[in-house]
Structure formats: structure tokens, C-alpha cells
Write a protein that binds this ligand. Structure first.
Ligand code: ADP
Ligand code: ASP
Ligand code: MG
Length: 428
């Protein structure tokens, strides 16, 4: 088995496999699918072996979710995955047909046919293993293999999905398993920008960014890449680029820290909307309070984000935490059901909040960065309600109607406006 694995690894390198991933907008119509086939043809003519990963066409995943909602507010997650996985299955078949029309050998594969095994979790499964046997077979027969993104199979032959945006993770993980020389994410922007170019007009395209910075931006809300895709790219050192499916500009390279320009305090900004803050007042100020509150939330699978504890005096404390708006109903239910155990006097909720973060690996050695962020926001008369930091990021919670102003001011203050730009932001 080991020899076989070594052989395949060698084969992967010799073959020069490239994984090309195309997102929803990029395959949003038959016309677009034809353009994608053209890009693949170009790649093949460079002598590469190609594995393609595609998303569902356009807004198909949202459409399917909408259909489910017409039947049930809380459909079974198993059936939701069964439904959502059909979106990608349409695209692989259509693209394979188009490639065949152009005279290539092409083979579409669903997640499970491609050997993508996940954990037994619906809606947000992690890939645990990729059995590459069938992929190698089709590649060595000369096929372009077209794999459905966003899906896999769990033990018991259950279809699972990887979470919204998860096709990026399918692509990167396939690239790692096949020891591909490159994983290219083709999308509707021509690279990773300092901030979402749809929201900040002055956003600048980055030529390169480190895995760690990209990971942080992705976790903090930059929708350009699925966080687990970046996680796996870093773990398996997959060469990764993000580029436009509409033109041939060069895109952004995501790479290891060592090869990057040093000392950049802030590389980019990220934000999340629909954040809410829950405050429990009048809690008893003993050493168990914090653990009890968060144990109760964790047991109900409620994801909390920023946390603050405020001791009033020896007897009383309050705890605030933020979470995504769509988790609020569940959180309130849990808090109120456990009121006797938690012993809080009052519960307050603040809605319409946003989280704004600055990210950069040079922050570790630049002590003034957080101060600069707070000053910039106060100069704009934006009140910071909560703060959380790590070595390479500072996040603040603010009112959501001040979000655009905050992003623009921070972009300017950290001199991201000054990065020279070689192409336009959003294609078409
Ligand atoms: P796809 O369907 O190709 O996966 P996505 O919609 O998931 O495309 O991701 C592309 C979008 O990500 C862009 O249209 C852009 O609005 C958004 N985005 C958010 N943050 C960034 C960023 N820092 N740089 C570039 N795009 C970003
Ligand atoms: N189609 C899925 C989604 O819309 C997965 C993806 O596009 O990456 O979230
Ligand atoms: Mg995406």
C-alpha cells in the first residue's frame, strides 16, 4: 500500500495536476459554463492534467434552501443535504457534456464517486479522507475529472455537505490528496482584496498574502474563501491562488509566511454583519459563574464569539457575549430555560451590531496598532462596544449602521488605500 502511495505521489508531480475550482457566478449560465470549458481547454493545451471542482449554478443553493423553507422552518438536516447536493450535480454533468463537445474526454463525479469521505455531520461536515483510486484511474485514462464541490459521503453512505462556500474546501483538499502542483480558485473578483471590494470602493488587490493572514480574514468574515480551505492549504502546503474566471489577470497567491514581504502591520480588513450581543446582569461573582454559563451554551451547540466579564463588586458580575443573529432565538431559549441554574437577574439583548477586524502578521511586533484602530474609530465618533485580540488581529464590535464608515476610515488610516493597484475590482 505504501509503495502504491509513493508511486501515486510521484505520478501526481510528474503529471503536473492542476485543480481548477469555479464558483457559482462563474458557472451561472450555459454561456458561462462554455467560458469555463474554454479556460480548461487552455490549461490542457499547456500540458496539464486537470481536475475541476464546481459549485452549483448561480444562486441555485439559495433557491433550493427556499424550496425547503416552503415546506418546513426546520427541515431535517439529512434531507437538506440530500437536496442541496443536487445543485452541484447539475453543474458537473453540464460541464462534462460541454468538455466532450469540445473533443475532450471528461468524467463528472459526485463527491462520493470521487472518494470524498466526511465525518457524520450534516450541513457542515469536515472532509476526513479522500480515496483517490478512482480519480487516478480516470486521470490516467486521459479524462478531465469534474468533481461536485461542497459534498461528500459519511459512514453509512450518507450524503453530507461541507457548509456554505464549501466547494473551496473540496478543491484544496483534492489538490492536497492528489499532490497537485497548483490549486486555482476562479471566482467573480480577480483576487483577494484588502477588504471586500463590493463594500469599500478603495479596496486594493493583494498580490500575495500568507496562509495565516488569509485564514484569519476568512474566519473573521471575508467571504472570498471558505476558512477550512485555507486551513487545509496551510496544513498540506498547497500552492493556492485566487483569480478571476472572467479575465486572465494574475490574481492573488496565498503562501507561507517566509516568502512574504515582512513588517506589514495590517494586510486587510474583514467584517461580519448581523451580530447580536447578550448581557446577563446580576450574576453571582463566584469562580463557577463563567464556566456554568458557557457550559450551558456549549451543550446546546450555541456558538458564541466575543466575551466580556464585568465584576461590579465582590458579590455581583455581569457577562456579555456576541453571537450571530440567527442563533439568538436558540440562545435566549437556553438562557431562560436555565434561569434557576444560572441565577441572573436580568437579560439584555442588543441587536444590529457588526464586527470589524484588522488583520496582519506584522502586528505582533507593532504595539501601536490597536491604539491606532481605536483612535481612528473615535475620530469618526464610532463607539467601540467590545474588543477581542489575537497575535495577528484586532476585532471590534460596533453599531452596524456605522460599518461602512468604519471600514473606509480604517482602510485609509492603515494606508491600505496607498497599495498600488494593477487592475479593477469586481469583474463585470
Ligand atoms: P464563488 O461563488 O466564486 O465562491 P463568493 O461569492 O463565495 O464566490 O466569493 C467571492 C466574493 O467574495 C466577491 O464577490 C467579494 O464580494 C467577496 N469578498 C469578501 N471579501 C473579499 C476580499 N477580501 N477580497 C475579495 N473578495 C472578497
Ligand atoms: N453551492 C454552495 C454554496 O452556495 C457551495 C459553494 O458554492 O461553495 O454555498
Ligand atoms: Mg465561495
Amino acid at each position: 500500500v505504501k509503495d502504491k502511495a509513493v508511486n501515486q505521489e510521484k505520478r501526481g508531480q510528474q503529471m503536473g495536476i492542476v485543480v481548477m475550482k469555479f464558483g457559482g457566478t462563474s458557472v451561472g449560465s450555459i454561456e458561462r459554463i462554455k467560458k469555463v470549458a474554454e479556460r480548461i481547454t487552455d490549461k490542457l493545451s499547456e500540458g496539464e492534467q486537470v481536475v475541476v471542482v464546481v459549485s452549483a449554478m448561480g444562486k441555485m443553493t439559495d433557491h433550493l434552501l427556499g424550496l425547503a423553507q416552503q415546506i418546513s422552518k426546520r427541515p431535517k438536516k439529512r434531507e437538506l443535504d440530500m437536496l442541496l447536493s443536487t445543485g452541484e450535480q447539475q453543474t458537473i454533468a453540464l460541464l462534462a457534456m460541454e468538455l466532450e463537445e469540445r473533443g475532450h474526454l471528461a468524467m463528472s463525479l459526485t463527491g462520493w464517486q470521487a472518494g470524498i469521505w466526511t465525518e457524520q455531520v450534516y450541513g457542515n461536515a469536515r472532509i476526513e479522507d479522500i480515496k483517490t483510486g478512482r480519480l487516478w484511474r480516470h486521470l490516467s485514462e486521459g479524462h478531465v475529472v469534474v468533481v461536485a464541490g461542497f459534498q461528500g459521503m459519511a459512514p453509512d453512505q450518507e450524503i453530507t455537505t461541507l457548509g456554505r462556500g464549501g466547494s473551496d474546501t473540496s478543491a484544496v483538499t483534492l489538490a492536497a490528496a492528489l499532490k497537485a502542483s497548483l490549486c486555482e480558485i476562479y471566482t467573480d473578483v480577480d483576487g483577494v482584496y484588502t477588504v471586500d471590494p463590493r463594500v469599500v470602493e478603495n479596496a486594493r488587490k493583494l498580490k500575495e498574502i500568507s496562509y495565516d493572514e488569509m485564514l484569519e480574514l476568512a474566519y473573521l468574515g471575508a467571504g472570498i474563501l471558505h476558512p477550512r480551505a485555507v486551513e487545509n492549504a496551510k496544513k498540506y502546503a498547497v500552492p493556492l491562488t485566487v483569480r478571476s474566471s472572467f479575465d486572465t489577470t494574475s490574481g492573488t497567491v496565498i503562501m507561507g509566511e517566509a516568502h512574504l514581504e515582512k513588517g506589514v502591520a495590517v494586510r486587510g480588513l474583514a467584517f461580519e454583519q448581523k451580530v447580536v450581543k447578550v448581557t446577563l446582569l446580576g450574576l453571582s461573582n463566584d469562580i463557577y459563574t463563567l464556566s456554568t454559563v458557557f457550559q450551558v451554551l456549549a451543550e446546546s451547540h450555541i456558538n458564541v464569539d466575543v466575551i466580556i466579564q464585568n465584576a461590579l463588586d465582590e458579590q455581583q458580575t455581569s457577562i456579555s457575549f456576541t453571537l450571530a443573529e440567527d442563533g439568538l432565538e436558540d440562545a435566549l431559549e437556553v438562557m431562560n430555560n436555565n434561569k434557576t441554574q444560572l441565577k441572573f437577574r436580568e437579560l439584555n439583548v442588543e441587536v444590529d451590531l457588526a464586527k470589524v477586524s484588522i488583520v496582519g502578521s506584522g502586528m505582533v511586533s507593532n504595539p501601536g496598532v490597536a491604539a491606532m484602530m481605536f483612535r481612528t474609530l473615535s475620530d469618526e465618533e464610532i463607539k467601540v462596544k467590545m474588543v477581542s485580540t489575537s497575535e495577528i488581529k484586532v476585532s471590534t464590535i460596533i453599531a452596524s449602521d456605522q460599518l461602512t464608515r468604519a471600514l473606509n476610515a480604517l482602510h485609509h488610516a492603515f494606508q491600505l488605500d496607498d497599495i498600488s493597484e494593477d487592475s479593477s475590482a469586481v469583474a463585470e
